[in-house]
Write a protein that binds this ligand. Structure first.
Ligand SMILES: Cc1cc2nc3c(=O)[nH]c(=O)nc-3n(C[C@H](O)[C@H](O)[C@H](O)COP(=O)(O)OP(=O)(O)OC[C@H]3O[C@@H](n4cnc5c(N)ncnc54)[C@H](O)[C@@H]3O)c2cc1C
Length: 160
């Protein structure tokens, strides 16, 4: 399913794809995917800066990779789109939470040219180190609940 069907030299003739590359092998197999070709400038609410009534999430944001990352940003984008439709201010997750820290971290890094060379995920690489160094990584549910409660956000996603 992930195998490319367009030869790379043909793909590179398309405007904007001049530097495209296939990641191969991927996950030890022959899978390929054309991804990470654009970065969307967005607010921490996931609202697109250039288009007021558009919210972005997941890999469409740019270098945010993973299912958890797509769920987080997609849920927040939908939540804030609904608030926006009601004329209310969007929710920005505080950086005392791993989710809020992730979104803020990506925003910071993607605004720098060098930061665009990396991928961002909860499951490894640069943000993983950041989580560890800032005491954000935990598998203790009670500790996480307390942290979310302290931010006044208990049950925030279950309300969606
Ligand atoms: C081989 C591989 C292995 C992976 N393994 C893992 C893993 O183990 N764990 C993990 O967390 N993540 C993994 N990932 C990453 C993860 O799959 C993605 O980061 C995640 O699925 C991104 O979700 P998304 O909703 O942003 O995008 P997608 O899941 O790509 O969804 C985007 C959807 O939009 C549709 N679409 C695109 N353009 C249009 C259009 N113009 N109109 C309408 N629809 C459109 C697409 O068909 C697609 O269904 C893996 C990725 C790959 C390629």
């Amino acid at each position: 399913m992930m195998s490319p069907f367009i030869p790379l030299f043909s793909l590179r003739q398309l405007n904007g794809f001049q530097n495209a590359r296939y990641v191969d092998p991927y996950a030890g197999g022959n899978g390929n995917s054309v991804r990470f070709t654009a970065i969307v400038d967005h607010h921490p609410t996931m609202q697109v800066r250039a288009v007021e009534n558009l919210f972005c999430a997941g890999e469409k944001v740019g270098m945010m990779v993973g299912h958890t990352e797509a769920m987080l940003t997609g849920t927040l984008a939908g939540y804030n789109a609904a608030l926006f439709a009601e004329g209310k201010e969007g929710l920005v997750l505080p950086q005392t939470t791993a989710c809020g820290a992730f979104i803020a971290f990506c925003e910071r890094e993607l605004s720098r040219t060098e930061g665009r060379n990396f991928r961002y995920t909860f499951s490894g690489a640069i943000f993983w180190d950041y989580m560890l160094n800032n005491g954000l990584y935990s598998t203790n549910r009670r500790q996480i609940s307390e942290r979310i409660a302290a931010a006044g956000l208990s049950g925030i996603f279950s309300a969606v």
